[in-house]
Write a protein that binds this ligand. Structure first.
Ligand code: FAS
Ligand code: PHB
Length: 396
């Protein structure tokens, strides 16, 4: 097969990139190692930054998001027996977040790509990439019928996530990593959300988060040990701990319901700054991972592919490679700010092993200042709804 851009991975990064390229008249082919049903059912991110929701509207993909998604103008933080609201809308000149599950985003974009005639090869195996140092790189794989296939293209977009095969193909990577001493146990419950907005809770037992997916579905998370055995957490133990950590102000209780999904996600900060090698460009989780406390993962993937799509459009229009050459630096300016914010939210709200009482008092003081002082609250709000795009490279 021959195309302009070969995309490895049909997650938010790969699907959005293909859609943005299509609008520029640039062809792509997507390969995905899971089934369509699997990727459309996988429960992951829940929060879209303001500009991402606007971008989804601008590219004609906002109908279901606007009718089924939940626009939120604030979030709440629960600590030291109280709950305080961060008025995102007032603090950011009218911006908000959109709560719309990543799996819904994936469903919308898979349908749109297939309807537009973009080939998506699901259930591929034995994927390898070749000649990325040439102007004719290729992707080889076995299709779901067991036939060997090859895509010859101008550019390969590595959108295959943290465990994909594209990043390992890059030599001499410049990598930064921090693994946190805890994980998140997440559940999806058939229960009406107990609050209209998200609640981030910092309790002496650990962090907890109340989120949602619809008026009938609540999404909840608990901080647990990094090597936690999920079998140690039967549903009733999960609910008891969620009630303890989230309703510490004593003025409400959490609606409980059937647990439809339960899983443990490890927490790390990871950046591979070498986001480009020849004609291979990494985007999204293939290049970076953030702890989900700041709700940045999917939003960073969207930012990377918007930069890449614009750079590819410039290249195909004029032959100029300057924007492609600047791709890593342009993305890293945003990536590192999102990493900092995610690290800060995580450090402020989680209980660290062997954390001494002084450190806990400092945490509580930081939450008190952030939620009680306009400057502190605005700093959180601006980062949470999504910073404006800037072009300055980090640490050049
Ligand atoms: P993705 O990992 O979503 O997509 C990569 C795709 O490539 C996958 O479909 C994969 O099957 C495919 N692939 C992998 N290897 C391949 C190969 N060799 N060939 C072909 N295809 C291949 N973010 C938040 O903001 N909030 C959250 O609550 C949150 N929860 C998460 C929970 C889990 C368990 C995980 C793993 C991540 C979570 N994230 C969360 C982060 C997540 O939302 C990512 O940021 C987002 O999926 C990034 O999108 P992509 O870069 O497209 O990567
Ligand atoms: C979610 O709804 O899954 C969610 C929301 C906010 C976060 C992390 C996850 O910070």
């Amino acid at each position: 097969m021959r195309t302009q851009v070969g995309i490895v991975g049909a997650g938010p990064a790969g699907l959005l990139l293909s859609h943005l390229l299509h609008r520029e008249g640039i062809e792509s082919i997507i390969i995905e190692d899971r089934t369509r049903a699997y990727i459309e059912a996988r429960i992951r991110a829940g929060v879209m930054e303001h500009w991402v929701a606007e971008l989804v509207d601008e590219i004609g993909m906002g109908a279901r998001m606007r009718s089924e998604g939940l626009r939120h103008d604030g979030i709440e933080i629960s600590f030291a027996g109280q709950r305080r609201r961060i008025d995102l809308n007032a603090l950011t000149g009218g911006k908000s977040i959109m709560v719309y599950g990543q799996q819904e985003f994936v469903k919308d974009f898979v349908a749109a790509r297939l309807a537009a005639g973009t080939p998506i090869h699901f259930e591929v195996t034995d994927v390898s990439i070749h000649d990325v140092d040439s102007d004719g790189p290729s992707i080889r794989f076995t299709d779901r019928d067991g036939a060997p296939q090859e895509i010859v293209c101008d550019v390969i977009a590595g959108c295959d996530g943290f465990h994909g095969i594209c990043r390992p193909a890059i030599p001499d990577q410049v990598v930064f990593e921090r693994v946190y001493p805890f994980a998140w146990l997440g559940i999806l419950a058939a229960a009406a959300p107990s609050s209209d907005e998200l609640i981030y809770a910092s309790h002496d037992n650990g962090f907890a988060l109340h989120s949602m997916r619809s008026p009938q579905l609540t999404r909840l998370y608990l901080q647990v040990a990094p090597d936690e055995d999920i079998n140690e957490w039967p549903d009733d133990r999960v609910w008891v701990e969620l009630q303890t950590r989230l309703t510490q102000d004593g003025k409400w209780s959490l609606n409980e319901g059937e647990v439809l999904q339960k899983g443990i996600t490890p927490m790390r900060s990871f950046v591979c700054e070498t986001m480009r090698h020849g004609r291979l460009f990494l985007a999204g989780d293939a290049a970076h991972i953030v702890p989900p406390t700041g709700a940045k993962g999917m939003n960073l993937a969207a930012a990377d592919v918007l930069v890449l799509a614009r750079a590819l459009a410039r290249f195909y229009r004029s032959g100029a490679t300057d924007a492609l050459d600047a791709y890593p630096a342009t993305c890293l300016a945003r990536i590192w700010k999102a990493q900092r914010f995610s690290w800060w939210m995580t450090s402020m709200l989680h209980i660290f092993p062997e954390q001494d009482p002084f450190a806990r008092r400092i945490q509580l003081a930081e939450i008190d200042f952030t939620t009680g002082n306009e400057a502190g609250a605005r700093a959180l709000a601006e980062n949470y709804v999504g910073l404006p795009f800037d072009d300055g490279p980090v640490g050049a």
